[in-house]
Design a protein around this ligand. Structure first.
Ligand code: DMJ
Length: 544
């Protein structure tokens, strides 16, 4: 209870504060508008500085996982060495032009020779190509270029911007890219930036279900979904492709918040009914109900399945729950979506409201590599079957390239009405420097050493160099069936992150980033396996 004197003391204090505020207000009114503005700005700067200091506090040290195979000898075979050198030269061409004409922008317009961006990166210059390219530069031994990128990131990469970005794209390209650069080079700046950025993505999870919004404003934290998505839904391949990066964030920071977010998504999915055992592509984050019953192993679905398998691999095969979800999903996919064409080509169609569309996307071609990667450890010991399935998908996707004029694959191809692995609609005939087919060649090469995969990869590399290379970099082409195709004038950041990296690895020895120790995220950023069972990690608060 307050005594009388205490009350009086309080009253006096309030009065004094009040008078002081009045005095300050009077003083302020004597100042000009410009002076007031300058004062406000100084205050703002002070707060920003304080926040920056808080943001760059060192993180608690954690034991570094086993980082094997960051370097490797040159291949002994001269022909293979020369092919690998050629891929490195292509990387230099892409990088140097970006540096000259698009530096700091997200991507490059190689014909117009200026910066380029799309709505997935928001409206600010976040240097997406720099972050996406770092690990490729590193493994290629392009260390000067790597340092230029590091320097830019250190001085310019700032996430306190009023910009609405895609949570998925920022996660796979930026957080994945920064984490991989950190593990490869050991430079703390990458880890710090990854953690700062992750903090900016967390408000996207503030939904009634915990299923994140597709987009979030980095400054305000306000999230929303794509206008085109079925009934206000979030997308399976977006909210289902956060696991690898978020587990690493919890590991590195000792903060379980990231791990808890992705495990919550998994638990929620496990509880839901799945029509025919298939996961629909759309899930409403407000109601927790599925949107349209569309299922795809290509766009909108793809990397969700990939991350189930990779969660298991990345946990040193301890996360058996993820492996079970993968096995169940793949069985349903085989039953309902995978078919053989009249001409004997195995393809993966799309399920749309109870009907199978016999069309396969370029994006779906990654699945060949996924099946091969998941073969070992498969249910009922069907390793041979899944390796074979991977080989069949690789063959089909190679056919989709081989049946074009440019020997580059279209965005989508049909198996219908006598058509086999060819695009029909004009707006499906483009090739935008995508990696998925080459990705599958590389996994198949690692698991089988069948020389045809190097041969097919080399054919693709030559076609890219011949038809997509321009003096200002590399561009996508609008029609792979035309002998003089128009350019789309975009050098996608994933061309440097993925396409060129998988090609380089295809012509490297297997001890460069061995698959027993590294798991590649969906943007080809290698993250080390976390041996969760080993004693050094059990001390990490994230896993207590
Ligand atoms: C990349 O950003 C990733 O591979 C993603 O999973 C799918 N699309 C592109 C490349 O085509």
């Amino acid at each position: 209870m307050s005594t009388g004197t205490e009350e009086e003391r309080l009253r006096n204090k309030i009065r004094a504060d009040h008078e002081k505020a009045l005095e300050e207000a009077k003083e302020k009114l004597k100042k000009s508008r410009d002076e007031i503005r300058a004062e406000i700005q100084t205050e703002k700067n002070k707060v920003a500085q304080e926040m920056k200091k808080k943001d760059s506090k060192p993180l608690p040290p954690v034991p570094v996982p086993n980082l094997i195979g960051i370097n490797s000898e040159d291949p002994t075979d001269k022909d293979i060495r020369e092919k690998r050198d050629k891929i490195k030269e292509m990387m230099k061409h892409a990088w140097e032009n970006y540096r000259q004409y698009g530096w700091g922008h997200n991507e490059l317009k190689p014909i117009a020779r200026k910066g380029h961006s799309t709505n997935i990166f928001g409206n600010s210059q976040m240097g997406a190509t720099i972050v996406d390219a770092l690990d490729t530069l590193y493994i290629m031994g392009l260390h000067d270029e790597f340092r230029e990128g590091q320097d830019w990131i250190d001085k310019n990469l700032d996430f306190s911007v009023n910009s609405e970005v895609s949570v998925f794209e920022v996660n796979i390209r930026f957080i994945g890219g920064l984490l991989a650069a950190y593990y490869l080079s050991g430079q703390e700046v990458f880890k710090l930036k990854a953690v700062q950025l992750a903090g900016k993505l967390l408000p996207a999870f503030n939904t009634p279900t915990g299923i994140p919004w597709a987009m979030v404003n980095l400054k305000s934290g306000v999230g929303r979904n794509w206008g085109w998505a079925s009934a206000g839904s979030s997308i399976l391949a977006e909210f289902g492709t956060l696991h690898m990066e978020f587990v690493h964030l919890s590991y590195l920071t000792g903060d379980p918040v990231y791990y808890n977010k992705v495990m919550h998504i998994r638990k929620l999915l496990q509880k839901m009914d799945r029509p025919n055992g298939l996961y629909p592509n759309y899930l409403n984050p407000r109601t927790g109900r599925w949107g349209q019953h569309h299922t795809s192993v290509g766009g909108l679905g793809d990397s969700f399945y990939e991350y189930l398998l990779k969660a298991w691999l990345m946990s040193d095969k301890m996360d058996t729950e993820a492996r079970k979800m993968y096995d169940d999903a793949i069985e349903a996919i085989e039953r309902h979506l995978i078919r053989k064409s009249n001409g004997g080509l195995t393809y993966i169609g799309e399920w749309k409201n109870g009907h199978l569309e016999r069309k396969m996307g370029h994006l779906t071609c990654f699945a060949g590599g996924m099946f091969a990667l998941g073969a070992d450890g498969s249910r009922d010991d069907k390793a041979g079957h899944y390796l074979q399935l991977g080989a069949e998908i690789a063959h089909t996707c190679h056919e989709s390239y081989d049946r074009t004029t440019l020997k580059l694959g279209p965005e989508a191809f049909k198996f219908d009405g006598g058509l086999e692995a060819v695009a029909v609609r004009q707006n499906e005939k483009y090739y935008i420097l995508r990696p998925e087919v080459i990705e599958t060649y590389w996994y198949m090469w690692r698991f089988t050493h069948d020389p045809k995969y190097r041969q097919w990869g080399w054919e693709a590399a030559q076609a890219i160099d011949k038809y997509c290379r321009v003096s200002g970099g590399f561009s996508g082409v609008k029609d792979v069936y035309s002998s003089s195709p128009a350019y789309d004038d975009v050098q996608q950041s994933f061309f440097l992150a993925e396409t060129l990296k998988y090609l380089y690895l295809l012509f490297s020895n297997d001890d460069l980033l061995p698959l027993d120790n590294w798991v590649f995220n969906t943007e080809a950023h290698p993250l080390p396996v976390l041996h969760l069972a080993n004693t050094t990690l059990s001390g990490n608060p994230a896993y207590r």
